[in-house]
Design a protein around this ligand. Sequence first.
Ligand SMILES: Cc1ncc(C[n+]2csc(CCOP(=O)(O)OP(=O)(O)O)c2C)c(N)n1
Ligand SMILES: [Mg+2]
Length: 351
Amino acid sequence: MGKQKTTQSAAVAEAAACAPEWTEILRQMIFIRRFEEATEREFRRGKIGGYLHVYSGQEAVAVGILSATKKDDIVFAGYRDHAHTLLLGSDPGRVMAELFGKATGVSKGKGGSMHLFDVEHGFYGGYGIVGGHLTLAAGSAFALRYKETDRIAVCYFGDGAMNIGSFHEAMNMAGLWGKQGMCPVLFVIENNGYAMGTSVERHSALTDLAARVRAYNIPSEKVDAQDVFAVRGVADRVVKQIRETGQPYCIEAITYRFSGHGAADILQPYRSKDEVEQHKHRDPILILKNRLQEMCGLKDETIQSFEDEAAERVAAAVKFAEESPLPEGGELFHDVVAEHGPRPVAEDTVR
Ligand SMILES: Cc1ncc(C[n+]2csc(CCOP(=O)(O)OP(=O)(O)O)c2C)c(N)n1
Ligand SMILES: [Mg+2]
């Protein structure tokens, strides 16, 4: 009897693991990886100026969590932000155009790689000031609940961002508001082991980062974020909980970045080539691909079709960016301050 039960639940688990959604997630992860590789190439060709921080190795963190959210939830990220907005549905051509500094970019060519913004798709930035967006995410989550919606905010940040003052301010306010069920925010620590060239062991007095968040009355847990199944499993549960309770939660996603900190970080003297190679054995794309092939019989041809499609979409994005015009000079004076002043108070909101 007990045995039968186990067999049945294993069969259910297998069916869930083989749901078409997972193949779609693999398709998205392959696309993001090829997009990021193209940005590095275009940077070397001199087509992308300023800063460029790519996401290769960390894909499961963005896709595992965002695939568990709803369309009208809102998302904040740091400067390693290409994957997040692409997954939310931003047009790849417009994202690439932003990196090229072109007028057709998602931020009209004035933000660049670190300041992507696409409110229409729920992406509220893209921030170059490390940790600066955490307070915005907490405040926005409060606003979502104040307006009596069931929407939530998701806020991604790096391990290094936990050492700046605004991290503590944001956590404290979120913890306080959460007591009243007024702060539906999911904080996601993308712990990739390094803040630029400084390892977590060297930059954080307490290396258990999830524990640091609990000091502010925010529950948290760690997840192996090279395994997208594990990330999604946690995300499904906690996103539902946040939506129901209006209380914040934090996931520490343990991951690794395969490229340098930014495009200029070529020598990477703070880590060995061997360390990077070791981590490549746990490439999140490889893990998902192997799982789908072994458990669900995913065919090589299907994977190849994802590769072909990614190559095509990335090439089209680069072409669009290359052929787009630069912003007009006058654009310098737009979007600096709110152009129409404060929004007038609508009659029906006056008590
Ligand atoms: C307020 C501020 N201080 C310093 C910097 C310089 N800086 C850029 S990235 C970075 C490290 C951030 O590391 P982490 O948060 O772990 O993100 P990761 O690059 O690993 O994704 C620092 C210190 C900055 N951009 N903003
Ligand atoms: Mg980091």
